[in-house]
Unconditional design. Structure first.
Length: 423
């Protein structure tokens, strides 16, 4: 297995072409590059990185870095504070509706569908994992803050109801209030992530990952309520709990994830050309399909089984197909960007095949395990993927100085990790 930092014979080095022409820089629709934003990859002659990756003209360093770190810090502190305060509203509400026994049983039962959603998040996010602290923010936002927002806002919808029949009121709250308020509350967390953690929210896959995590948290708390009520209010709690668990835990564990996932998908595409106006616009537009799907789900009545098989299952399968297409495009994008670094001498083409294809990664990890270097290889794979996505952000024309500074740091790290793997 080659871990040599120089280009092989026949490959352009630092004195030759340093990357593809703009027209060749687009491996797929996901990585489309506008010619005016194109930047060549710095060449590698085997010397120190600072000699080939120049700082921003005039010696200025990335001016957005302090703001970015401050945004992340503010997001974590503010999100943690909101989640903590939300518990003072959410937990008493749950206990009042379920009782202690119902809350306990509901909590344990809700872990099953939550595990399915989080497993899906892990699979989708495996290629370019998001920081654990941001996923924790997303989960706590969904499980606590969005629930609290829903509880605070839904009484205002109740005041707008103009009819006296209880059945009509329940239908109104389920088909009008719930889709609007719940999707707004969940997606507000997505908007905060996009505005304050934009370095880590830069594509549709990221949007789906964060949306699924938020929705998984929301569904977890909501399931505690529904499962707990089956224990607290039913004359035959075991039977009712089994029925509700079948509906919510087995037949529809991904319902909320798919609703909010459409918003995350749209916001992720907007993140490719990030600015505040586009982010807010994508948030508003992305709410529409989420609210519509949520409304359709809650509107299913006597024909539930037919609607579930003919409508909801195909929607679920379609969403799986979309996620697979996104992952394939993400893999191709990673390979293309690393090939540009290979053309400049940072990798060999053989290394790119190992670093940027699923089969190559498995081969690399097996090879490294045979030499007791699996942890070092995992770090090398992750660093190479991060470098590829940093280059994509450079080519998007967004915060170029910041990302070029990150590129310098990552190239230093790539050389050190290669040495750790190869020696």
């Amino acid at each position: 297995m080659s871990m040599h930092p120089h280009p092989p014979p026949g490959q352009p080095g630092p004195s030759g072409p340093q990357g593809p022409l703009p027209g060749q820089a687009n491996p797929s629709w996901m990585g489309h590059v506008q010619p005016q934003y194109y930047r060549p990859v710095p060449g590698n002659s085997g010397g120190p990185v600072h000699s080939v990756v120049l700082p921003h003209p005039g010696g200025a360093q990335a001016p957005a870095a302090p703001r970015t770190r401050a945004g992340l810090l503010g997001l974590m502190i503010g999100g943690g504070a909101l989640a903590f305060l939300s518990l003072f509203l959410v937990v008493p509400f749950l206990l009042a509706n379920t009782g202690t026994a119902g809350f306990t049983v509901g909590f344990v039962a809700s872990l099953v569908p939550l595990s399915a959603v989080l497993l899906a998040v892990h699979v989708i996010d495996r290629w370019e994992p998001e920081p654990k602290r941001l996923l924790f923010f997303a989960f706590t936002w969904g499980a606590a803050v969005s629930i609290a927002v829903t509880l605070l806002v839904q009484p205002f919808f109740a005041l707008t109801f103009q009819f006296s029949a209880e059945a009509d009121f329940q239908t109104y709250m389920a088909t009008v209030q719930a889709p609007i308020v719940e999707e707004f509350a969940k997606s507000l967390g997505l908007l905060l992530l996009l505005l304050m953690a934009r370095r880590h929210f830069d594509g549709p896959v990221d949007g789906v990952v964060f949306a699924f995590t938020i929705a998984g948290g929301f569904a977890f708390t909501e399931n505690i309520l529904y499962f707990g009520r089956a224990i607290a209010e039913s004359a035959s709690p075991a039977t009712d709990l089994a029925q509700i668990f079948l509906l919510r835990g087995v037949m529809s564990p991904f319902a909320h994830a798919i609703f909010t996932g459409t918003t995350g998908l749209i916001m992720g595409f907007a993140a490719r050309r990030w600015h505040a106006g586009a982010s807010i616009g994508a948030f508003v537009v992305g709410l529409l399909p989420a609210m519509f799907l949520h409304n359709r789900w809650n509107s299913m009545g006597q024909g539930f089984l037919a609607d579930y098989i003919l409508i909801q299952v195909p929607i679920f399968v379609l969403f799986i197909g979309v996620v697979i297409l996104l992952r394939v495009a993400e893999n191709r994008l990673t390979r293309q960007r690393l090939l540009e670094y290979a053309a400049a001498g940072w990798f060999t083409p053989a290394e790119v095949d190992l670093l940027a294809t699923p089969g190559g990664r498995r081969t690399a990890l097996r090879w490294a395990a045979g030499y007791n270097r699996r942890p070092q290889m995992k770090a090398f794979l992750k660093a190479a993927t991060t470098l590829a996505f940093t280059r994509q952000r450079i080519l998007s024309g967004r915060d170029v100085a910041l990302h070029q500074a990150e590129e310098r740091e990552q190239l230093h790290r790539i050389l050190a990790l290669r040495a750790a793997v190869a020696n």
